[in-house]
Design a protein around this ligand. Structure first.
Ligand SMILES: [Zn+2]
Length: 340
């Protein structure tokens, strides 16, 4: 990673800040139901959205503050995360809180219909959006005098030099948030953790309170291409799937155009509009479909072939965050190195 920094996967660039934050969030302060006395007592994971979720947030924030990544890269990564959870339909039946019960193998391997079943990745990345929501709420309510940094100081920055874990409960988290800013934090957290049903929305308020709006562009910028190295094979926000390097369909988005066309994970795209398939040709077809061109695929799974027409005319779509003019650039504040 260090010897070939420019081509290291983006996730690796955030990894060290993430693990560093675990010294406090996970090792020193540990959810009470994870701080078991010995291996005969089962671990419970009810607070993984703090243990991993807030660590994911600090990992993203500290990577930018320490200038391991540029602000543009941090914003591009945030745009993708926000767009993904905005598009994910699994919230219709499964609450974020329940994803802490996901087994780790299910999280780390590719499962079909993961955007419907949800995965353990959600208590990392959707929880990141929830903590951004909390951070920007504190900043807005205190005219940017306080922030989630004050929570961190009150919650993690205690008893310096102590080696033993200090367990915490949900109420302890709420109490430390109230040190940063008095608010109905129990209600704030439970609303976002337990929301379920067709009306339940991804926690995106932090983006707007941060001074940005989620938008989509046809041509991603350099920062986005650096963060999403596989952007050229990512049709998630247009057709609704990603393409492997061997043109196999992965990660079909529930309720997407690909879903409607009956495409599922594992089918290989053999031809795009009667020409040998490639990601580039598929991108060209998606663009041409805006003006009425077809998106006709021949797909193959084992010995079986199908011809599939996808009636999609929205063009290529890649997420980006656009500044809302006249608002405070709070995401910029959050990602700026702290100077004492
Ligand atoms: Zn972690």
């Amino acid at each position: 990673m260090f010897s070939d920094w420019d081509s290291a996967p983006y996730g690796d660039l955030e990894l060290l800040p993430h693990e560093y934050a675990h010294s406090w969030n996970g090792k020193f302060r540990r959810p009470a139901d994870q701080a078991t006395p010995n291996l005969n007592v089962p671990v419970q994971n009810s607070l993984l959205w703090v243990y991993e979720g807030q660590t994911q947030y600090w990992g993203a924030v500290l990577a930018a503050r320490s200038e391991l990544v540029t602000r543009e890269m941090a914003l591009a990564n945030l745009a993708w995360t926000a767009a993904f959870y905005d598009a994910q339909r699994g919230r219709e039946w499964r609450a974020l809180q329940d994803t802490v019960n996901q087994n780790l193998l299910g999280y780390r391997s590719s499962t079909p219909w993961s955007t419907w079943s949800r995965t353990g990745g959600d208590y990392y990345r959707e929880a990141l959006l929830m903590w951004l929501d909390a951070d920007t709420l504190i900043r807005e309510a205190t005219r940017d005098r306080r922030s989630l940094d004050d929570f961190a100081r009150a919650f993690f920055g205690i008893e310096d030099g102590v080696w033993e874990p200090r367990p915490y409960t949900f109420d302890d988290v709420v109490a430390a948030l109230n040190v940063a800013h008095e608010h109905d934090w129990a209600g704030f957290l439970r609303t976002r953790l337990d929301a379920v049903g067709p009306e339940a929305e991804a926690p995106l308020d932090g983006i707007e309170r941060g001074g940005y709006r989620l938008a989509f562009v046809e041509t991603p910028d350099a920062a986005y291409k650096r963060v999403r190295a596989d952007w050229g094979r990512d049709f998630l926000f247009s057709l609704g799937f990603s393409l492997s390097s061997s043109n196999s369909i992965t990660n079909v988005l529930w309720d997407s155009p690909a879903f409607e066309a009956g495409l599922t994970q594992g089918w290989e795209i053999v031809a795009v509009n009667d020409t040998a398939a490639s990601a580039e040709r598929l991108r060209a077809a998606v663009t041409a479909a805006r003006d009425g061109g077809p998106i006709r695929l021949i797909v193959k799974n084992g010995d079986r072939f199908r011809t599939v027409e996808i009636g999609y005319t929205g063009g290529l779509r890649y997420p980006t965050l656009q500044r809302i003019e006249g608002t405070r650039d709070r995401l910029g504040d959050i990602l700026t190195p702290r100077r004492r």
